[in-house]
Write a protein that binds this ligand. Structure first.
Ligand code: ADP
Length: 598
């Protein structure tokens, strides 16, 4: 007790100092009329700064609460008075956390305050003690932290979305660089976008100007069998579908919530492309400058917003996709053009050389093509002549050697034939052959034929070669003005063919007809009973390199002999032709002028 009263005495002594130094406003009210009985400086300061600057402490003391609360906020003042009354009547304390008070400058201050009943010895509340602390600084700091957190979260979401968007864009850009094939570019883009945004349906259409329609390139759909597929495959430019409408402008068409549009009656709900779970929809026309490449459309199970990740990602991807599609299209066009020109050039007479190369801009996009045409007719002609020379040379090498080998066997080589063995003269002969020049003189055609047949009989494979003379005596010379070497070559070629293309043991007839009615010409022929020539190939048989289709693969030859025969006969102003029945045999005729031309 003594101790208690001492404490009390000490408290009384220091109460004033304590009250002025605690970091809170303290006030004591009468519990019946809520008159302010006493308060510390901090309480007055609060009233003056926050409620009424003109209030002096002496105009507050002894005055009821309702009197000095600001009249401007009558409702709040009444609520406060009601609060005081409740505490006074119930005897239960009241606690307010972060009580916001709007200052005249419209700023907010926050107070934690409590009102405590002070009972008398009988337990009746006679006073109300108010304790209040300004917590504005900590509330504002917390608000800042919360705001920072919110904006950080927002930033994080944006970063995640941007990264996702970047990933998709990167994939699309990479596939654009990696491929020049429209389908694989489209598929890579659709796969990347679908994996990231999980749309209900994502469709990529490419423009088909020839058909005046959009052609479905790639589709990704959550439905295993998308009922909308048939209407998506080809969308005519004048179709009412959004993809066709999008082509009419440069801006994307965005429907934030398809179901709202359906509910408003602007869109029938039973369209095959609409599904009940569809909400957001966007269709982006893909334009490269003024060239329409196609459209990219996507629908989502949630509504979409112009700044949402779906729309932003798709918008971010679309320029890359557009450029890739344009690149692929131009590449295909250049390739087509190259193929077309090749085809045309193949039809043209030789002499035009073309080369082509795509032209790219700084980004590597093909913007055109360079085609070079060069007239190389002169080179081609030279090349021709060279080929003709080589062909003839190879044939020339073959035929005389066959005959010469036979002669060698019987060691009866004439001086002339000996000469042909001489490599130097043979080379000269080859060069002459190349030009097919003639050295004509008077010769005995019959004697020459006899020699040819004699030599051919030696090398024949069991065939017998007979001479038949008609219209004149087989003993009389048949004189004619011709290049003996060439006519010998012609007959050798025809007879060796007859030997080659007829069976062992068969007979070969070499004929000569010269009549007094037409002494100016002789008819020569070689008849065999061999494989013959298919009728449809007869017109081609004198062409260079033509070999008939009925030949045994094992039969050697170049297809040059008859060509040479035709050329040499033509030089003599004669005529050569053939009659043949496949499987029965052939007759080659040569009509040779015998007279010397003026
Ligand atoms: P090669 O005999 O070297 O093939 P040729 O120009 O001499 O070339 O003959 C051309 C083609 O004509 C031969 O490949 C052959 O198909 C056909 N031919 C030529 N002569 C005869 C013949 N007497 N009987 C059947 N086919 C022949």
């Amino acid at each position: 007790m003594h101790m208690g009263s001492q404490i009390h005495a000490t408290l009384n002594e220091y109460a004033g100092i304590l009250l002025e130094h605690i970091p809170a406003g303290v006030a004591l009210f009468d519990a019946r009329d809520f008159c302010l009985l006493a308060a510390n400086q901090r309480f007055y300061h609060f009233i003056q700064t926050h409620l009424d600057a003109s209030r002096e402490s002496d105009t507050l003391i002894g005055h009821p609460l309702a009197e000095w609360l600001p009249a401007a906020d009558a409702a709040e003042a009444a609520a406060l008075v009601a609060l005081f009354r409740t505490v006074s009547e119930t005897g239960l304390p009241y606690q307010a956390e972060e009580y916001a008070v709007r200052l005249p400058n419209r700023n907010l201050v926050y107070w934690n305050w409590s009102l405590h009943p002070v009972p008398d010895e009988q337990g009746h509340t006679i006073h109300l003690a108010l304790y209040g602390r300004d917590v504005t600084a900590s509330v504002l700091a917390r608000h800042q932290v919360e705001e920072a957190h919110v904006s950080l979260t927002r930033l994080h979401t944006t970063t995640v979305a941007a990264r996702q968007q970047l990933k998709v864009i990167e994939t699309v850009a990479r596939s654009a660089r990696a491929s020049l094939d429209t389908r694989s570019i489209g598929q890579a883009a659709v796969d990347a976008i679908s994996a990231s945004l999980q749309p209900l349906r994502l469709s990529l259409h490419v423009a088909d100007p020839r058909q005046q329609a959009l052609r479905l390139l790639c589709l990704s759909s959550t439905q295993a069998r998308d009922a909308g597929l048939p209407s998506l495959e080809y969308i005519s430019y004048d179709s009412p579908l959004i993809a066709a409408q999008a082509r009419k402008g440069y801006d994307p068409i965005l429907v934030e919530n398809v179901q709202d549009v359906v509910a408003s009656g602007m869109l029938p709900g039973d369209l095959p492309l609409l599904t009940p779970d569809m909400r957001g929809f966007i269709c982006i026309p893909l334009w490269l400058k003024d060239h329409f490449e196609g459209t990219l459309s996507a629908s989502f199970p949630e509504p979409v917003h112009p700044h949402g990740p779906e729309v932003q990602t798709l918008l971010g991807c679309s320029p890359h996709l557009t450029a890739a599609l344009a690149h692929a299209r131009l590449h295909a066009a250049v390739e087509d053009e190259r193929a077309r020109l090749r085809a045309i050039l193949d039809q043209l007479p030789e002499g035009i050389l073309s080369s082509s190369a795509p032209l790219r801009n700084q980004e590597g996009v093909i913007t055109g093509a360079l085609l070079v045409f060069q007239d190389i007719t002169a080179q081609k002609r030279l090349e021709h002549e060279k080929n003709a020379f080589l062909s003839l040379a190879s044939h020339e090498l073959r035929t005389p050697i066959t005959a010469i080998m036979g002669f060698a066997e019987i060691l009866q080589l004439s001086a002339e034939q000996e000469q042909r063995l001489n490599p130097a003269s043979q080379r000269a002969l080859l060069l002459e052959n190349a030009q097919l020049s003639l050295h004509c003189d008077w010769h005995d055609l019959l004697a020459m034929l006899n020699e040819v047949i004699a030599s051919q009989n030696i090398t024949a494979h069991g065939q017998s070669i007979q001479l038949v003379v008609q219209g004149c005596a087989a003993t009389e010379p048949v004189r004619g003005y011709f290049d003996e070497q060439r006519i010998r070559q012609i007959m050798n070629n025809l007879i060796s063919n007859a030997v080659k293309y007829s069976p062992t043991g068969s007979s070969i007839e070499v004929g000569l007809q010269c009549t007094s009615e037409s002494p100016e010409e002789a008819l020569l022929w070689v008849r065999d009973h061999g494989i013959g020539i298919p009728a449809h190939e007869l017109p081609l048989i004198f062409e260079r390199f033509h070999r008939a289709s009925n030949l045994d693969q094992a039969m050697s030859g170049l297809g040059l002999g008859l060509y040479l025969v035709k050329e040499l006969v033509a030089r003599h102003e004669g005529r050569v032709w053939v009659e043949s029945v496949e499987g029965q045999g052939s007759i080659f005729y040569v009509l040779l002028p015998l007279q010397r031309k003026a």
